[in-house]
Write a protein that binds this ligand. Structure first.
Ligand code: FEO
Length: 165
């Protein structure tokens, strides 16, 4: 049995992960439209990862005999002035997700939802990695500034990303 308060919070997190997936997908389309195919590929893989995060929690709820509730997903932002702005938004999004995972973990602890605490350990570790990746990319954009050659090189480098195992 899943406690109702915990169940609602996990369903909210499923929505948060799907919102992330949708946002990354919109960012990817924006990059493709501007001919930055490497950034687009990286963001599209990230979108798939976020979908995977949602599905982990989706399966968790079902495996615990809970009811999945899929909430509405709003329209993501698609207009960005620069590539840098996209990745700054990605970093901010990851930081926000980390806060939500931390809050969910705190709730699980308070409600003695031990199986959820174990499930969320994977997410806590994942967020460290996701924030680091986004922070590293933003740092590179800060170094590049307005150098088009360096920007194209970063686009090429990020296009070599393969799907996570
Ligand atoms: Fe699922 Fe990037 O947080």
């Amino acid at each position: 049995m899943v406690n109702a308060v915990v169940l609602e919070a996990v369903n909210e997190q499923i929505n948060n992960e799907l919102v992330s997936s949708y946002t990354y997908l919109a960012m990817s389309a924006t990059c493709t439209a501007q001919h930055f195919h490497g950034f687009a590929k990286w963001l599209r893989i990230q979108s798939t990862e976020e979908y995977g995060h949602a599905m982990k929690l989706f399966d968790f709820v079902l495996n615990r005999g809970g009811a999945v509730k899929l909430n509405a997903i709003g329209e993501p932002k698609v207009k960005f002035k620069t590539m840098q702005e996209i990745f700054e938004a990605a970093l901010a999004q990851e930081q926000a997700v980390t806060k939500r995972i931390d809050a969910l973990y705190e709730l699980a602890q308070k409600e003695k939802a031990f199986s959820l605490m174990v499930e969320l350990q994977w997410f806590l570790t994942e967020q460290v990695e996701e924030e680091k990746s986004a922070r590293d990319i933003v740092a590179k954009f800060n170094l590049i500034k307005n150098d088009p050659v360096a920007l194209l090189e970063l686009d090429r480098e990020m296009g070599s990303r393969g799907p996570e195992k």
